[in-house]
Write a protein that binds this ligand. Sequence first.
Ligand code: ZN
Length: 150
Amino acid sequence: MSRPETSAELSALYQELILDHYRRPRNKGTLENADASVEMKNPLCGDEICLQVVFEGASVCDLRFAGRGCSISQASASMMTQLVKGKSAEEIEAIRSRFRDLMLGDPSAADDKALGSLRALSGVARFPARVKCALLAWNALETALAERTG
Ligand code: ZN
């Protein structure tokens, strides 16, 4: 696919990507052998997530999420699971920190390839009330990682 030429095209592409993850979430479901299981809610919007993680050493071997909520919360969770699978806690922390930058409107984060499809959520920074929706899955993952490392 060629690089989008205008911000309107980029915005349309991002919107499409968010809806695609919302309609066909990746890694949605439950794991029987989870090492950590974290439930979290965003009462402001009504989003709910249950994140289950299987670790292998210091890395996330597998993970699934279940729950319901707005398109931003569900798409963010779906994109996150794709991006962090197989990565170490340290690598995940670096991505999480960068994603926070993106949610705070940092323009350099919007160009950071390390964020992968999560860059599609860059527009959320303009709507502070929705930032909590986008961060819900990441907060659950942070808790799961903390449970793992003690
Ligand atoms: Zn929401």
